[in-house]
Ligand binder design. Structure first.
Ligand code: SF4
Ligand code: SF4
Ligand code: SF4
Ligand code: FES
Length: 940
């Protein structure tokens, strides 16, 4: 294994229908028109010296190192800023050029510390390389003149250092922050000799607008911006390409290693999802994998009040199997079940659902996607015929109108947000539909044309009103609908009704009718229009209805089936798409095929040698209810912290306590493990071997960077539990599991590890019809044949604000933390978000006597918790907002059990609450943990 170095061709690739031909040092080369001479030279195998150029950034032309001679052209133009011309003859080496380049390098080196041997970047420094390339042997100006040496380092960022003494003011960092990340946190202040890089207005990196994505560090050609791990551990010597395990963007990284230690994660240029970019979590927040609190040995205990007992794998697996069988014998085959994790690989998930169906003999398998994107699966299947987003991420580069609904991409899906912001800076129009003013509404060089700041819980009324405008103002794409859709007459009759008009729903949604009308007109007539949405759509009592409502809008305007359009769920966790694809739902086998389908069951029954029940099993909330009733007694939980992530914590805890056996397979002793009888230590993404499927259906390889620290892969543990229960289940490798998935699941028929290794990644469906995968779906027809326009009546949630609970709480995520924080809280990311905060509008704060930073207690019908308040103008009056990353604040203590009518996805986004200054008792309790109410209060 070696250190993979991707070529840097100096300037970005261009696409053009026109090709130009030229020679570089006599080598002929053909490139698309608009390509720089530097890039053409690189493609011809000639590397021109460079410092300020890199192929992730537009050329800047400041260092003058890349000068060339061009026949018939006067002077020595910079190759990075000179476009190729047809018939050009370029010379990159001559005595004149060599002299000029040496002169440039002399100036740089005369003002640079001469500490190469002790510099962290020694061996990976472009300045050092270029000094060698141009043959610098001596510096005529000496080192004694005015210089920038000895400047103070900025060590404020937890992950990288800034040493301005080493800066050559090439501006690559500034441009990376602007062009790649889109944060505009850096500037070059001063002029001429006094020019220097500065975060914000002479701030430290930590105090500036910097979001720690690391793009500037990656772009810096010197050691000025340097990962601290490189300083500590030295330069990496080998690398493995793998996939980030945080969010549904699914960024590819080179894990760069030294010995057995990860030195840094470098975003992979060939990664289809991220194309060389990353966010703070993927690039820096992987230290949890070796955190001291990680459990490495299996543990068991008879009762949850007993201390844990470390045991051998053999004993843990035997104990688990024996207890599961005993429960089934005493209480019936349906008394046990399993929950799969969207944090785990496709292969790990597949074996859990197989264990439940074949070894447990029931369909009691569900997934944590139940509490996030299950309405996406339902809604898109009903309307389009497949439970997945329609586009690849690159599609947004062709969008003219981007509608973001109930999502906060800059925090939740940052790398995709950077891509989206780039398109917005190019001129695409933006509509944001969200109760909260997310950063996208107004950020550097981006401003939404319309922010529909709706009341939480009224999404469906807004999307219906937009569709009403489309239909009644004659903005439908009649030809598309006539050819591609069904149900049209019924839907048109429904949506045209006056009660769906923007004016009729204004008092419900709080959005001015004129704004809804303008946004609808823009969406219908502004060119390619794409919808991107998140949990602010799905986690509602009408989550599935809203997904169908958005699909209706897209179909009615013909915004489906080509680049730049579509309906796109921004999936939360790294493998939400995959865990759903793998048959984790109680009613569906892999590939979203209903368990009642005899032909599909036969495929699996024949291969597995087991009978599969034709009736759906229990969903997570049903499991909890049945546990409290005493009929469901044993649960195998793969990598999900139910006690923290599921709504109405008191109910969840009651259910878990009611069971005879709770098995937790995870990295850490999480909140759920406190109520478990068996703990089976899992593997981090650095140890896993398998695949994740991201939000664009892209299957990426997850390659083991280090061996499993626990001695076993997670899929092996599951197989051994099944075996110990008497069901033969064994694989030689995770690759073999993928082969079985491909054999049984038509959309995965063309997927194998060998194919993935050859092409990098594949977007399903991948089969004989689409051997290289399917970036965009429904191009020639919908998967279900015709797209189905389905009436979506608005039904208000039962969760209403009242005099006792007058505010509505809604929840979301923040960039630096991830979900329940099990990983990110165990990294230096806590520096940015050490606790969950309640955002309160100034008016709501004032009438309650709350000031910035006060501890407040938030009370709902089911629980109370205490957090610190900040006064915020991001929210409308009457709405409060918090994140849910810290168990101590336990936001889900207050969320209720209202859920989506079709899928039971909890209504996390709407909880009626009261907020008041915390009492002394509550303030004291906040340092211990959030408290469920002693007795649930029904109604008011
Ligand atoms: S880390 Fe990212 S956001 Fe921060 S300055 Fe560098 S490029 Fe900009
Ligand atoms: S910090 Fe690095 S990238 Fe930025 S201007 Fe200085 S040398 Fe160039
Ligand atoms: S955007 Fe998501 S997948 Fe990409 S690095 Fe960040 S957390 Fe990882
Ligand atoms: S690389 Fe062309 S001017 Fe710097």
């Amino acid at each position: 294994m070696t250190l993979l170095k991707e070529p840097d061709r100096g300037t970005p690739a261009r696409t053009s229908a026109t090709t130009v031909r030229l020679t570089v040092d006599g080598q002929p080369v053909e490139v698309p028109a608009g390509t720089s001479v530097m890039r053409a030279a690189s493609l011809a195998g000639v590397d021109v010296p460079k410092l300020c150029a890199t192929d992730s950034l537009e050329a800047f032309g400041s260092c003058r190192l890349c000068l060339v001679e061009i026949d018939g052209v006067r002077g020595t133009p910079a190759s990075c800023t000179t476009p190729c011309g047809d018939g050009m003859a370029v010379t990159t080496q001559s005595d004149r050029l060599a002299d000029l380049r040496r002169g440039v390098m002399e100036l740089y080196i005369s003002d640079h510390p001469l500490d190469c041997l002790t510099c962290a970047a020694n061996g990976d420094c472009e300045l050092q390389d270029m000094a060698g390339v141009v043959g610098l042997r001596d510096v005529r100006y000496g080192y004694a003149g005015d210089n920038h040496l000895g400047q103070e380092k900025d060590l404020s960022n937890p992950y990288f250092d800034f040493d301005p003494s080493k800066c050559i003011v090439c501006s690559r960092c500034v441009r990376a922050c602007d062009e790649v990340q889109g944060t505009f946190a850096l500037t070059i202040s001063g002029r001429g000799f006094d020019s220097k890089v500065s975060p914000g207005v002479e701030e430290s990196f930590f105090d500036s607008e910097c979001v720690s994505c690391g793009a500037c560090v990656q772009a810096c050609p010197t050691a000025t911006l340097q990962e601290r791990k490189v300083v500590e551990l030295g330069m990496p010597t080998r690398s493995v390409v793998t996939t980030c395990a945080y969010c549904g963007v699914g960024c590819s990284f080179k894990a760069e290693m030294r010995g057995g230690e990860v030195v840094r994660m470098v975003p992979f240029k060939d990664g289809g999802a991220n194309e060389g970019h990353s966010c703070v979590k993927g690039r820096f927040a992987w230290g949890y994998a070796t955190h001291a609190e990680r459990v490495m040995s299996p543990m068991v205990r008879e009762n949850i009040d007993d201390p844990w007992r470390e045991v051998s794998w053999e004993e843990a697996i035997g104990y688990t199997a024996r207890r599961l069988l005993q429960i089934q014998e005493a209480h019936g085959p349906g008394s046990i079940g399993g929950i799969t994790s969207s944090r785990c690989t496709n292969e790990e998930v597949y074996v859990v659902q197989k264990m439940v169906r074949a070894a447990f003999g029931n369909n009691n398998v569900d997934t944590c996607a139940r509490v996030c994107h299950s309405p996406t699966g339902y809604g898109l299947k009903q309307t389009f015929g497949t439970s997945a987003g329609t586009q690849n991420f690159a599609s947004v580069e062709q969008s003219d109108v981007i509608v973001v609904i109930g999502a906060n991409p800059t925090d939740g899906h940052p790398v995709f947000a950077s891509r989206m912001k780039r398109r917005l800076r190019q001129g695409a129009k933006l509509v944001v539909v969200d109760p909260r003013r997310i950063d996208l509404v107004r950020s550097p060089h981006v401003e939404a044309q319309h922010h529909l700041q709706l009341a939480p819980g009224t999404n469906v009324a807004v999307v219906n009103a937009m569709a009403h405008v489309v239909v009644t103002e004659g903005l439908m794409d009649d030809a598309f609908v006539a050819e591609r859709c069904e149900g049209t007459d019924e839907w048109v009759a429904f949506i045209s009704q006056p009660e769906n008009s923007p004016e009729a729903v204004e008092h419900i949604t709080g959005v001015p009718a004129s704004e809804v009308r303008a946004a609808a007109r823009l969406y219908a007539t502004g060119g390619n229009a794409a919808i991107y949405y998140g949990l602010g759509v799905t986690e509602h009592s009408q989550g599935s209805t809203m997904v169908m409502g958005m699909a209706n809008l897209a179909m009615a305007t013909g915004n489906i089936g080509r680049e730049g359009v579509g309906v796109n769920p921004l999936r939360g966790q790294n493998n939400v798409q995959g865990s759903c694809d793998m048959g984790s739902f109680p009613h569906e086998l892999p590939g979203y095929r209903h368990v009642s389908d005899d032909a599909v069951r036969t495929v699996f029954e024949t291969l597995w040698g087991a009978t599969i029940l034709a009736e759906p099993g229990l969903r997570i909330p049903n499991m909890f209810d049945a546990a409290i009733d005493g009929t469901f007694r044993g649960l195998y939980i793969q990598g999900e912290d139910l006690a923290q992530s599921d709504p109405n914590t008191q109910h969840v805890l009651h259910a878990l306590r009611s069971m005879d056996l709770v098995v937790v397979q995870d990295l850490f002793l999480n909140e759920t493990a406190k109520l478990a009888h068996v703990f089976l230590p899992g593997t981090s993404f650095l140890e896993k071997d398998g695949t994740f499927t991201n939000a664009e259906r892209r299957i990426n390889r997850v390659r083991p960077v280090i061996p499993p620290k626990t001695g076993k892969h997670e899929w092996q543990i599951v197989c051994e539990v099944a075996q110990a229960m008497g069901y033969p289940m064994a694989y030689e490798s995770s690759s073999q599991i993928m082969d079985e998935i491909a054999m049984t699941t038509p959309t995965f028929a063309g997927v194998s590890f060998a194919h993935l290794d050859a092409v990098g990644s594949l977007q399903w469906p991948c089969n004989a019809n689409a051997p290289e995968g399917t970036p965009i779906m429904h191009v020639d027809g919908f998967v279900r044949g015709k797209g189905h326009l389905i009436p979506t009546p608005y039904v208000p949630t039962n969760e209403r604000s009242t005099r006792r609970f007058p505010l509505i709480l809604t929840t979301g995520r923040i960039l630096s933390q991830y979900n329940v924080g099990a990983q990110t809280r165990r990294t230096a990311n806590v520096a940015w978000h050490p606790e969950d905060i309640l955002e309160v509008h100034g008016h709501d704060a004032e009438v309650r006597g709350i000031t910035d930073g006060d501890l407040v207690t938030i009370t709902s019908r089911v629980g109370e918790t205490t957090l610190r308040a900040v006064i915020s103008d991001r929210l409308p009056v009457g709405v409060v907002y918090t994140t849910f990353h810290h168990p101590v604040s336990g936001a889900n203590v207050v969320t209720t059990e209202h859920s989506d009518w079709a899928t039971n996805c909890p209504e996390y986004k709407v909880t009626a609450v009261q907020v008041g200054l915390a009492t002394k008792r509550q303030t004291a309790a906040v340092v211990t943990q959030a408290r469920p109410m002693p007795t649930p209060v029904a109604g008011d």
